[in-house]
Design a protein around this ligand. Sequence first.
Ligand code: NDP
Ligand code: A1CAB
Length: 266
Amino acid sequence: MAEAMAAGMIESGTIEPERIIMTNRSNEQRRQELMENHGVLATQSIEFAVREADVVILAMKPKDVERALEGIEDFITNEQLLLSVLAGVPSSFIEEKLEGEQPVIRVMPNTSSMIGKSISALAAGEHVSDEQVTIARALIRSIGETVVIEEEQMDVFTGVAGSGPAYIYHVIESLEKAAVEGGIETETARKMAVQTVLGAGMMAEQSEDSPSALRKKVTSPNGTTQAGLEALYENGGGEAIEAAVENAATRSKEISNQFNKKPVTQ
Ligand SMILES: NC(=O)C1=CN([C@@H]2O[C@H](COP(=O)(O)OP(=O)(O)OC[C@H]3O[C@@H](n4cnc5c(N)ncnc54)[C@H](OP(=O)(O)O)[C@@H]3O)[C@@H](O)[C@H]2O)C=CC1
Ligand SMILES: O=C(O)[C@@H]1CCC=N1
């Protein structure tokens, strides 16, 4: 996720690659790749990375955050803005671990950041000024659209937009598989699936019609789409997507609850 964000920020021209410092604990090959592929500075020194930064972005797995915070608490200052993209981890947990009055903004991007097409939510913690929200929003705007939400809305946002690309990739995989099974060559099948999703997404974005109205325009009475939709609805259809969002949001809540108890294992 960190790589997708860095790539999007660089590609959009928001920040020069040499002003981004990336770090991890152990994987030297990844650091090398990041430097070669994006021109960023990648270092094993977490202290150097944090000390040099105006804005620190946390992007480890939730299970690693407690140790990560313990590793930076001695040198991060309240003048530095901390953005956390970690699913489910409450800003209050980070604030408490770092003590003082650390400005923390939770951000939920998605991997389409890589091409500047994320939709990212921002939720400000206890000690964040309006100016810091503006700074964070300008930075995150470089990887796509932004919305500012209340922190309690993060779980559902994560279920829809953080995890959402995976549902759409699954749809693409299914369309492609069906095309191949129908006798179409794999490369063409992939193109058909991707372009169908892309075209529908762009129509939904650009048309004055609602998605529901657009769906109806495809669906001729007693035609092929009606037959297709009937099978889709019989097999779960939109309810399957809603269930996916609900389950993802529930998992996000579970992670938050673990942080209110500890220790975190996943
Ligand atoms: N993937 C996605 O689509 C999205 C992910 N997120 C969130 O982003 C976070 C990362 O996810 P993802 O990128 O998939 O995970 P990855 O496992 O790919 O990346 C996590 C990185 O964190 C590094 N890391 C772990 N502990 C530390 C530490 N103490 N200090 C510095 N670096 C550390 C790891 O490297 P090493 O082990 O070498 O330290 C690794 O490079 C998660 O919290 C997730 O909830 C949010 C939105 C979307
Ligand atoms: O699967 C996850 O936990 C992360 C958060 C949102 C997308 N990926």
